[in-house]
Design a protein. Structure first.
Length: 132
């Protein structure tokens, strides 16, 4: 029966390894061919940085959300970070986190699925920043 225990232990190890791989999730890197702007999309979150202060990025985000017809349900902002929570036409929640990394550098995390939706939101934010 030691062989049976060895097999069971082996199966548990395989399941554990698979669950770790699933938990890590796949990571996709996106590079805009025009601006060379780089973003990563992992586990439903698109993450990138913009060379602008938090207030400028927040204003561009507010404008993007409005232009895309998303319904904002929550807004929180201080001098270090901000968060916008909105719902789309299908009543799916999406969250945009902003973090001031430096005076003129802000991290953007867009929690939205599928990847195309997160990309579209980011493109709108980026366009608004370029037009400020």
């Amino acid at each position: 029966s030691a062989a049976l225990i060895d097999r069971a232990f082996g199966a548990v190890l395989i399941l554990l390894a698979l669950s770790v791989l699933v938990a890590i999730g796949c990571k996709t890197t996106i590079i805009d061919p025009n601006t060379k702007q780089k973003a990563t999309y992992q586990m439903g979150k698109l993450t990138t940085e913009e060379p602008f202060d938090l207030t400028s990025v927040y204003d561009a985000t507010e404008k993007a959300v409005s232009e895309l017809g998303l319904n904002v349900v929550s807004r929180v902002k201080d001098r270090l970070q901000a968060e916008l929570v909105a719902r789309d036409a299908q009543d799916k929640k999406l969250t945009i986190h902003l973090l001031s990394l430096a005076k003129d550098r802000t991290e953007i995390k867009i929690d939205a699925s599928p990847i195309e939706k997160a990309q579209r939101i980011f493109e709108s934010i980026h366009d608004n920043l370029e037009n400020m």
